[in-house]
Design a protein around this ligand. Structure first.
Ligand SMILES: NC(=O)c1ccc[n+]([C@@H]2O[C@H](COP(=O)([O-])OP(=O)(O)OC[C@H]3O[C@@H](n4cnc5c(N)ncnc54)[C@H](O)[C@@H]3O)[C@@H](O)[C@H]2O)c1
Length: 382
């Protein structure tokens, strides 16, 4: 199959579904169709996104004969049944994180993916910033020295008022963990990706600052609520504070929050090696902070001065900013290259989604039991 003959379909057409649809087209796929929550909304979304048709349902989309690759961008509870059906129908699958609402579901999907020759990828797209790849290369080459500390934050504010609502708030649709599964999963994936360490043990506390919120059916992600709906009880967490140890002997800590006013998407990661500390900040992704005893410098995203794997992703000249949407485009282009038989470096797959689900499970177990817990190891029996 030629890569540019791929026929892609997108299930879920909210914030991230539209991003996937754009990236799929840019990577050379034909947008065969989309599915939203009703056939009427599917038809509207198909027109808005330039897809050939709106499917009657996401279930119909993931098994359609004329679709090669399925992008699953629905609320979390649908990831498992849709991805399972898509893999069983022989489709390549790009399924959003969290891969499933719990580790058991993520394990089923990772096992199903291992039993096929299809691509099964998860959009941990922050891996696709060239500055992230540069930090990873400096750790891998030994330039940064042995990693001693990993720390940072992932802060947002779009759920900081009791008037804010989204399907993520509802445990039945989003899963038992909200903030951590939603954005903590990205931070942990990035910390492990850059450092090469695995989070082995952790101790976490979670906070549900607003045990009640007004229910606002259909409120889109990242939009402000008006507080007009009836009040409902909330069981999912707004924030998590976690400390951890890695399998490589490093210590770490992270604050995850969806209730930090003024913080829009502040994923911030520091890796302290014996010789060099490295800081990546998602809202200033064009530079990497490099700290040494003698001086601290800002490394510009400049292909000419970066490691090959970073330079590969730096497709615009330095000074012409690349951002979040570019990460998505690069991720989808790599995913389609993998479908065509290439082996792009750093492709996040279902095993990485399973890894994130296991860390999330450990966070929930720790915060319930009140102490340190082991994270189930990354290795999975063949
Ligand atoms: N990788 C990333 O950086 C990233 C970023 C944002 C969201 N996500 C993930 O993407 C998924 C969607 O999040 P979002 O922010 O786009 O949410 P959203 O609320 O903006 O959109 C969800 C969409 O799913 C649709 N939907 C609901 N039920 C459906 C059904 N039965 N069939 C088809 N569509 C249905 C809704 O109509 C809505 O358009 C989540 O799993 C989220 O964790 C990932």
């Amino acid at each position: 199959m030629r890569r540019n003959s791929l026929r892609a379909a997108v299930a879920g057409t909210g914030f991230i579904g539209a991003v996937h649809a754009r990236s799929a087209r840019l990577a050379g796929a034909e947008l065969a169709g989309v599915a939203a929550s009703t056939p009427e909304r599917s038809a509207e979304a198909a027109q808005a996104l330039g897809a050939e048709r709106g499917f009657g349902s996401a279930e119909e989309l993931v098994t359609a004969d004329d679709v090669d690759v399925v992008h699953i961008c629905t609320p979390n509870h649908l990831h498992l049944p849709l991805a399972e059906a898509a893999l069983a129908a022989g489709k390549h699958v790009i399924c959003e994180k969290p891969l499933a609402v719990d580790a058991e579901g993520a394990q089923r999907l990772a096992d199903a993916a291992r039993g096929t020759d299809r691509l099964a990828a998860v959009p941990f797209v922050y891996r696709y910033y060239p500055t992230v790849r540069e930090a990873r290369a400096r750790v891998a080459s030994g330039q940064a020295g042995a990693v001693r500390l990993l720390h940072g934050t992932y802060l947002q504010d779009w759920l900081s008022s009791a008037a804010d609502d989204n399907w993520r708030v509802d445990e039945a649709l989003g899963g038992a963990s909200r903030a951590f599964a939603d954005i903590g999963s990205h931070w942990c994936d990035l910390a492990e990706f850059v450092s090469g360490h695995r989070i082995a043990r952790l101790c976490a506390r979670k906070l549900t600052a607003m045990p009640e919120r007004s229910h606002d059916e259909g409120r889109a992600a990242f939009s402000a609520g008006n507080g007009g709906g009836p009040t409902r009880a909330v069981s999912t967490e707004d924030a998590v504070v976690m400390q951890f140890e890695t399998d490589g002997g490093a210590l770490g800590s992270v604050v995850i929050s969806q209730i930090s006013p003024g913080r829009k998407n502040r994923l911030w990661l520091e890796v302290d090696g014996a010789e060099e500390a490295l800081v990546f900040s998602q809202e200033e992704p064009e530079t990497l902070w490099s700290g040494r005893r003698e001086a601290a410098t800002l490394v510009t995203r400049d292909a000419a001065a970066m490691a090959p794997d970073a330079a590969r992703l730096a497709f615009l000249p330095a000074g012409h900013p690349q951002g979040y949407a570019d990460c998505f485009d690069l991720f989808v282009a790599d995913a389609y290259a993998a479908i065509a038989g290439e082996r792009p470096e750093g492709m996040p797959v279902f095993d990485d989604g399973l890894r994130a689900a296991r860390i999330t499970d450990a966070v929930l177990a720790s915060s319930q039991a009140g102490g340190w817990v082991d994270v189930a190891p990354a290795e999975v029996a063949p």
